[in-house]
Design a protein around this ligand. Structure first.
Ligand SMILES: [Fe+2]
Length: 130
């Protein structure tokens, strides 16, 4: 099994989270066991909590935000990442608890995708059905 560009892998023992910059065929190992590929999840209407990053324009500025999600010390959005669809460019913003999970992406072109990582619920992508 080989890796793909910008995949995220987590160590289920120590919590190390790594991202693939240059893919290859070797297995990623941490704490003597294979790291777990983080699959992109999508919000389902039957669950109350919202994780999907949303790209929106506010006062002529383009942002990625995550709405209706806690930003508490024990449960928060750790980072948002935005990349061009061809994965030739990637931007990441970390958040701390109590901050607003909002990333100014005005400098980026339109052909972008956004993901976010929740410290409890993992990796989430944009909703595709709106
Ligand atoms: Fe969450």
């Amino acid at each position: 099994m080989s890796t793909e560009k910008l995949q995220l892998y987590k160590c289920e023992v120590c919590g190390n989270l790594v991202q693939v910059i240059e893919p290859s065929f070797g297995e990623l190992v941490c704490c003597n066991q294979p790291m777990k590929l983080q699959q992109i999840q999508h919000d389902r209407s039957e669950t109350g909590e919202k994780h999907a990053p949303i790209i929106e324009i506010k006062e002529n500025e383009k942002y990625v935000t995550v709405k209706s999600h806690p930003m508490l010390k024990e449960h928060y959005i750790q980072f948002v990442e935005v990349y061009k669809k061809d994965k030739s460019e990637m931007h990441l913003k970390y958040f701390n608890p109590e901050e607003v999970a909002e990333f100014d992406i005005n400098c980026l072109p339109d052909d972008i995708e956004a993901i976010e990582f929740c410290n409890i619920h993992g990796l989430w992508g944009e909703n595709k059905n709106d």
